[in-house]
Design a protein around this ligand. Structure first.
Ligand SMILES: Cc1cc2nc3c(=O)[nH]c(=O)nc-3n(C[C@H](O)[C@H](O)[C@H](O)COP(=O)(O)O)c2cc1C
Length: 334
């Protein structure tokens, strides 16, 4: 680790590994702990015989005699240079990503806002001329603008890591599921799928992240559909303030030895060549559900479809977002 031979090192105070680099907060902290006879763990800049810097994760503990008097110290050193470099590299990339995502978010949000305000002008124009047939399409376009804005804001929050610090707020899962269906209209139509949303409760959480979970699960069910016409159901069972939300499909199912690993990053079952994606979807779902204090799991067998379910604390959202309602999308209703 240091490049010094035993003969060169034995009998010397280990401080020689610091060279001239003595003014380190970690060294002061260590010196204080040693004076007080306490154990201590610090990250020190040390130098190899060649003069090359290495980061030393040093753990020092006192040894005492039967009277409790400190007689010696034991130190365990770990060269963690690679870890520190990777951490610094990550911190720098995160900073760069933060800056980049702020610029992208700003550049995307302003044309979306312009688009929305133009759509509202067109809406007023149609109303003034008594032409009402186009209004549902204009309203859908305005809603799509709102969703785009919230997606951009959510994307920015994921990029800056601020999603980890969210404050749970009341969220209507019925509204969230409705938005997911609106966004997945085209894939639902082209898969010839029937998606049924049962009554869903209000919950406490972060609407953007919960939408990611539902969207990922429904998209997965579409991707891994089986030979039968694709049927997907989304529903919830509520008990004592906890909702178990489930997404059920009649797709190709998952082998029993993959039921846990589907939630791991970069594991994607090659169940079907049609299935495209990064393999991050279910790992993201697990991360979000666990951040909400819940757990996600799947029950499935090959050829038997899959039932993904996750738990969340409930909240009465009727005052905030309207009551939960049922909704169904079939190829013919799209
Ligand atoms: C058991 C033990 C192991 C130590 N190992 C290291 C080490 O690997 N590298 C280092 O820079 N300091 C090490 N130190 C700390 C230094 O010997 C010294 O205590 C520290 O620099 C603070 O004291 P000083 O201000 O007198 O230098 C170790 C100390 C003890 C007691």
């Amino acid at each position: 680790m240091t490049g010094y031979s035993r003969e060169e090192a034995i009998g010397r105070n280990c401080r020689f590994l610091q060279g001239d680099d003595r003014d380190q907060p970690a060294r002061h902290e260590l010196a204080q702990a040693l004076r007080a006879g306490r154990s201590c763990r610090v990250l020190l800049r040390n130098y190899r015989r060649s003069g090359e810097l290495f980061w030393n994760d040093l753990h020092v503990s006192p040894l005492m005699d039967s009277d409790g008097t400190v007689t010696q110290f034991v130190g365990v050193q770990h060269d963690v240079t690679e870890r520190v470099r990777t951490r610094d590299l990550l911190a720098r990339s995160r900073e760069a990503l933060k800056g980049f995502s702020s610029v992208v978010a700003h550049d995307l949000l302003s044309p979306i806002a312009t688009q929305k305000s133009n759509m509202n002008i067109v809406r007023d124009f149609f109303i003034a001329n008594g032409e009402h047939e186009a209004l549902p399409f204009i309203d859908a376009a305005v809603r799509a603008c709102d969703r785009m804005s919230s997606l951009v804001v959510g994307m920015q929050r994921s990029a800056t890591g601020s999603e980890c610090e969210f404050q749970p707020v009341p969220v209507s899962l019925a509204s969230v599921a409705g938005e997911v269906l609106d966004d997945l209209r085209e894939p639902i139509r082209s898969a010839g799928a029937e998606v049924r949303i049962h009554s869903l409760p209000g919950v406490l959480g972060d609407a953007y992240q919960l939408r990611q979970v539902l969207q990922n699960l429904v998209e997965n069910a579409l991707k891994y559909r089986g030979a039968e016409p694709c049927r997907i159901e989304v529903g919830a069972d509520v008990q004592e303030g906890i909702a178990e939300i489930w997404v059920l499909d009649n797709g190709m199912g998952i082998p029993s030895d993959s039921l846990e690993s589907v939630f791991e990053v970069h594991v994607r079952l090659d169940r079907d060549r049609r299935a495209a994606g990064s393999g991050l979807g279910l790992a993201t779902c697990r991360r979000i559900v666990e951040r909400h204090g819940g757990r996600i799991h799947v029950e499935s067998a090959p050829g038997q479809g899959a039932r993904f379910s996750f738990s969340l604390p409930t909240h009465d959202c009727s005052e905030h977002h309207g009551v939960a309602s049922e909704r169904s999308e079939t190829p013919s209703s799209l």
